[in-house]
Design a protein around this ligand. Sequence first.
Ligand code: TTP
Ligand code: MG
Length: 405
Amino acid sequence: MIEEAESRAGILHIDMDAFFASVEQREHPEWRGKPVIVGSGPHERGVVSTASYEARKFGVHSAMPSREAYRLCPHGIFTPGNHQLYSEVSAQIFEIFHRYTPFVEGLSCDEAFLDVYGSYRLFGSAFEIGEKIRKSIREELQLTASVGVAPNKFLAKLASDMNKPDGITEVPTDPREIQRFIAPLPVRSIFGVGGTLAKHLNQVGIRTIGDLQNIPLKALVGLLGENTAEHLHMLAFGYDEREVSTDRVEKSISREYTFSEDEENLAEVRRVLLELASDVGAQLRASKKYAITIKLKLRWSDFKTITRQRTLPFSICDDFSIRDAAIDLLSQQKIDAPIRLIGIGVSGFSNESITKDAQLTLFDDPATERTEQILKKERLSKTLDKLRSDVLDGGDIRLGIGDTR
Ligand code: TTP
Ligand code: MG
């Protein structure tokens, strides 16, 4: 069974609306519907932390000197705020996020990415989970949040901003539709594109993400250097491979390799893939885990990137199963352009080998036989690990291909 990994949305970006100011309006009902400005006093040196949407209409915003905020909005309600309370509310929000997935990456006190790819069976689609979370925040905390639903972090963050406050926005999943969807946005909306870079781009006529899509990569490299150019080019087409990272749980182990020249020789691609697969296997065993899903990644010379993944009948930790699945996934893929990058990863971890359908192990003999075979492969892989580490101990340099990220 081959699944398109990124073809459905599974990443949420959730951001509270006017966070500090909304908490203040909740605590002081008489302030609701009014311009509330949290931060330094109107006649003090110092800045605005945030302002309610009512105050934003007057041009008041975060980081603005409070005296200027007073000039723009003299009837505003200025308050220093209650940071202890904001921390408590922040913990409550994150507790709600964790009900739906362990994969929560906090960006600040009021903002997080959630990976809900694995939550579908329990809680419904990513969009439905986004709505459930918004509902809980509204009903339990009397606050509102805006949500972006997308196949990756970059798009989810762009989306959560599109219908703020109190909105939810789902990005299309078809690559061409994604490109159209983000084309009108200013380059500045790309996270990491600060004032200087945006100005630099504007000077050469690149104002929107669409402009970035239209400029040939080579020209962009000439302007910005290879790393920045490639990074922006990928984002402009809606590609973003960063995982939702959490300190608590490791989600996948992967290795990838960028060819120094785009590779057309399939035998060489296979050779590299096998080596990457063994590296992944070694790391999997080092972390004492078993994995059930194997994912192949291919990037063509034009940067188009695809992933193909397979869920095995039972979880494994040996090199041979990973290598077989990797080669099989590659052989099922039509290769009609030179390959820039190849990668292989494993996910779906457990601490012991489990079958996809756990009952199979109990009642089905062939499954037990497979387990016998697999145990042999595991033993052999472990022997190879030992050999590798002995070679390393002997001071020999190993011909390895590392993670290029
Ligand atoms: P943000 O999420 O950037 O802003 P916000 O929640 O107030 O408004 P919105 O997301 O609807 O645009 O920041 C979250 C909180 O962090 C904000 O309520 C106050 C605090 N903050 C500061 O103290 N100083 C700042 O410069 C910014 C940007 C935020
Ligand atoms: Mg916010």
